[in-house]
Every structure is written in structure tokens, then in C-alpha cells.
Ligand binder design. Structure first.
Ligand code: NAD
Length: 425
């Protein structure tokens, strides 16, 4: 065994291995030593807790949860907490590493963290869910805090869960610790604009990329796959900023009108009937067809791995703004790059949520009140500047590689610089 081979319990996890492979590829590109990779591939701290919930019928249920604190060179750890029956320690570590890169790329004063409880929350009553949330947060309370580690929602956690976290932490610490979690309900220091922010950012980077690569955003045609939180706001703001959204879809299928869809109407139809396919006056198309439409901009905002080796050659869009996490496989990424398609990677395109969390957190700490307009205008400025910074550096230093590679190189390099300045490496 070489001196570098640690055998941490999460090493065999496939998601973790994927994150490490990505890190090694970037390390080669920017010339990081094996020793530094070894430092970066492990979290600074991985906390595992046992949470016992007394169920409504009197039985006891035991759950395992984690908080992975990957890197704090750039600031307090920041990242969501998810409730999922497939969560593992390895996946949580991988997600926390990705948060380090995402926060670094977004230029935020945060390191990366992520938490999870291995549970199917749909099987719990509201009271059981509250008990689970309070006990999990109490178990990690000494390890989190407004200056230490600031969680937020992720899969199957929401502003209500954040309110329970906030309350539990405030009881333990003896003061109202507004800044300990973000994406709180607005009445408890959250921002209404948080709901909009990821989709807003996804549309914003598509808008800025169109200005750079297509000569403008006006009348550019857009197709959006997935009409949930991210996709519906990405479609709404694309339309508001002058583009023509010609297709949208959800899990039941898609709709297409080359003259442009009325997005406000599509949102109404989705909320009243459960699916956009009930929108009248547009052609019905499949989710596969949507990806291959002759549009200028494609926004995948549903699930991962939808643009693959088998369909990437048929994608006609000139710009792809990744709303979903991981919608493009590595093989497809290469095909698209060779075709000259600009893929704005998820780590850059969908950072609007965490950027809005930073706006919420910094205002909580100053005791300030912010209107939605002010919050969105700050988000717009932050993400616009950030997009152009990354785009410029891609053009200057890494143009022979996809933008995703450039984004990771910039993100990892920034963390390494901070670690060097602190004397860690
Ligand atoms: P959501 O549940 O609100 O919406 C998902 C939408 O996708 C729904 O309309 C659903 O019908 C549709 N869908 C599901 N499977 C589909 C399929 N196979 N084909 C087409 N449509 C399908 O979820 P969301 O919060 O909008 O998240 C979407 C993606 O964005 C996820 O990958 C998520 O990880 C990522 N993301 C979300 C946020 C956020 O702040 N919500 C932040 C960063 C990344």
C-alpha cells in the first residue's frame, strides 16, 4: 500500500468514485500533485448520526444520517440536506465535494458540505417527519452554525424542514440563529425569491451565452425539458427577456408551437391539470423529440443522463443550459463539443439557488429586510458577472476543452489557492 492510499469507508461508493475521477482529470489539467489530490478527495469531517423516532403507532424506528464537510478553505461549509431511502455516506461525500466546486465557481464565500438521512419521508406522518428533522439537527448541532456550516433544502426537504432545523438549533444555542440554514420560509428570514432563483439563473446564463455566441437573446428559440420548479421559471424568464419558448415538457410528455408558447398559461395548465400536455393549441411531442428540436437553446431541467451518446448527434441546439444536475453524459459532452455546441455546465448554470441562499444568509446576519426585486437584481448582477468571468477564462485558457472542464479547473484552482494561502498545503 502506498502512503497515499487511505481506506475510508466511502471509497467503494460509485458516486464517490465518479467525483474522484472528475477531480483527478482536473488535477492533471491544472497540474496538481497526487498529494494535493489526496487532500482534496477526502472530506475534512464526516459526521454520522443515529436518529431514533417514536412512530405514531408506538414503535421505534432507527435512521442513519450524515453531514459531510468537504472543504472550508473558502468559507463556512454550505450545501443541502436530503431525505432519501438510497442515501449513503459515499454519495453524501461526493455531493459535498461537488458543492465545494459549485460554491467556488460561483465566487461565494463558502466551502462545500452536504447532508442526508437515509429515510423514505413519504412513509412518515408530518409529526414523525418533524421529530426526525429536529433529532437529526440536534445530533449535528455542535457541528453547524451561521459561521461554521449552513445547510439548505435538497431532495424531499423544504422550507418547513428548514424552519424545524432553525428552531431546534436556536433552542440549543440559546438565540435566534437566522443564519444557520437558508431557504427558510419568508416569515422566518427567508426570501420569496428563493423559489424562483435556480430557474432564473438557468435562463440568465442562457441569455448571457446567447449575447456572446449568437448575437443576442431576442427571438431566440428555446425548448425546456421538465416543467417543475427549475424548468417553469427558466421558461418564464426566457420568455420575459425576449426569447421564444417553443416547447416545454414534463414526465407525461411535451408540447410544441413554433410561434411560441404562452408560459403563464402553461404554468396555469400544469397547476390545474397536473401536466403541460393539457395545454390547448400546441402540438404534442415526446420528451425525446423535444431534445432534438431545431431550436437555438435547449434547457434540460428534469433528470440526469437525458443527453447521451445515442442521441447527442441529433441535438440541434447551439447552446445548452443545464438546469438539471448531470443531464449530459461524458460521452455526449464530447460529441456536443466536437459539434460546436456550447454546454453551460450544471455547476455554473444552476447555481442560482445557492447564490440566492448567500443573499439570504448575508442579509439575515445584518438584520436587513430585502424585497424580491432587490434580491433578484443582486442575483442577476452576481450571476451575470460570474458567467462572463468563467466564459472569458474558458476562451482564454481552455478553449480546446468543453466549458465544463474549464469550469471545474477554475473552481478547483480557486480552492487550491485558498488552501495554499492558509498554509494547508
Ligand atoms: P421538480 O420536481 O420541481 O420538477 C421536475 C420536473 O421534471 C417535473 O415537471 C416532472 O414532471 C419532470 N420530469 C420528471 N421526469 C421527467 C422525464 N423523464 N422527462 C421529462 N420531464 C420529467 O424538480 P426541480 O426542483 O425543478 O429540479 C429539476 C432538476 O434541477 C433536478 O435535476 C434537480 O437536482 C436540479 N436542481 C434543482 C435546484 C432547485 O433549486 N430546485 C437547484 C439545482 C439543481
Amino acid at each position: 500500500m502506498s502512503i497515499h492510499e487511505l481506506n475510508a469507508p466511502y471509497e467503494q461508493d460509485p458516486t464517490y468514485q465518479m467525483a474522484v475521477k472528475q477531480l483527478r482529470d482536473v488535477a492533471e489539467l491544472i497540474g496538481l500533485s497526487a498529494e494535493v489530490v489526496e487532500v482534496l478527495r477526502h472530506p475534512e469531517k464526516l459526521i454520522q448520526v443515529r436518529v431514533v423516532v417514536k412512530l405514531d403507532d408506538g414503535r421505534l424506528a432507527t435512521f442513519i444520517g450524515w453531514r459531510s464537510q468537504h472543504n472550508s478553505a473558502l468559507g463556512p461549509y454550505k450545501g443541502g440536506i436530503r431525505y432519501h431511502s438510497n442515501s449513503t455516506a459515499g454519495e453524501t461525500v461526493a455531493l459535498s465535494m461537488w458543492m465545494t466546486w459549485k460554491n467556488s465557481l460561483a465566487g461565494l464565500p463558502y466551502g462545500g458540505g452536504k447532508g442526508a438521512v437515509r429515510v423514505d419521508p413519504k412513509k412518515l406522518s408530518i409529526r414523525e417527519l418533524e421529530e426526525l428533522s429536529r433529532k437529526y439537527f440536534a445530533a449535528i448541532a455542535k457541528e453547524v452554525g451561521p459561521d461554521l456550516d449552513i445547510p439548505a433544502p435538497d431532495i424531499y426537504t423544504n422550507p418547513q424542514v428548514m424552519a424545524w432545523f432553525l428552531d431546534e438549533y436556536s433552542k440549543i444555542s440559546g438565540y435566534n440563529a437566522w443564519g444557520v440554514v437558508t431557504a427558510k420560509p419568508p416569515i422566518l428570514g427567508g426570501l420569496k425569491a428563493r423559489e424562483i432563483s435556480t430557474g432564473y439563473g438557468v435562463a440568465l446564463v442562457a441569455r448571457e451565452a446567447s449575447k456572446r455566441a449568437l448575437g443576442g437573446f431576442d427571438e431566440r428559440t428555446v425548448a425546456v425539458q421538465g416543467f417543475g420548479n427549475v424548468g417553469s421559471y427558466a421558461a418564464l424568464y426566457s420568455a420575459q427577456w425576449g426569447a421564444r419558448v417553443v416547447a416545454v415538457s414534463d414526465s407525461q410528455g411535451g408540447i410544441y408551437d413554433p410561434k411560441g408558447l404562452d408560459i403563464v398559461k402553461a404554468i396555469e395548465v400544469k397547476s390545474k391539470t397536473g401536466s403541460v400536455i393539457n395545454y390547448e393549441g400546441a402540438k404534442r411531442i415526446s420528451n425525446e423529440d423535444l431534445l432534438e428540436l431545431g431550436v437555438d437553446i435547449l434547457i434540460p431541467a428534469a433528470v440526469e443522463n437525458v443527453i447521451r451518446e445515442d442521441n447527442a448527434t441529433r441535438v440541434k441546439a447551439k447552446i445548452i443550459s443545464e438546469g438539471a444536475n448531470g443531464p449530459t453524459t461524458p460521452e455526449a459532452d464530447k460529441i456536443l463539443y466536437d459539434k460546436g455546441v456550447i454546454v453551460i455546465p450544471d455547476v455554473l448554470a444552476n447555481a442560482g439557488g445557492v447564490a440566492m441562499s448567500w443573499i439570504e444568509w448575508s442579509h439575515n446576519r445584518m438584520g436587513c429586510i430585502l424585497t424580491d426585486e432587490e434580491a433578484l437584481s443582486r442575483l442577476d448582477k452576481l450571476m451575470t458577472q460570474n458567467f462572463h468571468r468563467v466564459y472569458d477564462e474558458w476562451q482564454r485558457k481552455y478553449l480546446d476543452k468543453p466549458m465544463r472542464t474549464a469550469a471545474y479547473a477554475i473552481a478547483v484552482d480557486r480552492v487550491v489557492q485558498a488552501m495554499k494561502l492558509r498554509g494547508w498545503i
